[in-house]
Ligand binder design. Structure first.
Ligand code: HEC
Length: 147
């Protein structure tokens, strides 16, 4: 009986410690950041369908129009999302568009590097069909030539 009670006490302590750690990491300010700065130079899409695809598949990480989900307010997910958005905006930004970026974007879509698998796992509408891929790449080609 004593062994059983000891085991239960240990389990309760482990759970309490886990909750304590979870609450403590919420205090790390890194995860509080949810910045959507003003849109500077919006990418001008030649057709609304391609724009809708890009908004569903790219804009959360590559624009100033990030849709922050509820779990972006909960560490440690908030840390991962912040890193994705900061790095993503740094590399390619549809809200601060430079025509020469189109080439890069086409390449990552063609190789299947973008959007990342960890994103399409949760955002099924970002898991692009062959037709959607063709449509967004055609639009990016037009945007590239326009620049
Ligand atoms: C979940 C966030 C996320 C989404 C959604 C996303 N990206 Fe990215 N992207 C990143 C991150 C983070 C980087 C920088 C680090 C890296 O290369 O993984 C990046 C890098 C890039 C780069 C530059 C790096 C390179 O390899 O040349 C391009 C271009 C790019 N993404 C295009 C896109 C396009 C186009 C889409 C939509 C079809 C998209 N991304 C969707 C997060 C994302």
């Amino acid at each position: 009986m004593a062994a059983k009670r000891d085991r239960r006490r240990i389990i309760v302590r482990v759970i309490a410690a886990g909750i304590g750690v979870f609450l403590a990491i919420q205090l790390v300010p890194y995860g509080w950041w949810h910045d959507n700065p003003p849109v500077e130079e919006p990418a001008s899409w030649p057709d609304p369908q391609a724009e809708a695809i890009a908004r569903a598949a790219c804009y959360d990480c590559h624009s100033h129009e990030t849709r922050w989900p509820f779990y972006s307010y909960v560490a440690p997910m908030s840390w991962l999302l912040r890193r994705d958005v900061e790095q993503g905006r740094d590399d390619l930004n549809f809200s601060d568009w430079n025509d020469s970026d189109a080439d890069d974007a086409i390449e990552t879509i063609e190789t299947g590097e973008m959007p990342p698998g960890r994103y399409t796992l949760i955002h099924r509408d970002a898991d692009l069909s062959a037709e959607e891929i063709r449509s967004i790449i055609d639009a990016l080609r037009v945007m590239e030539d326009a620049g």
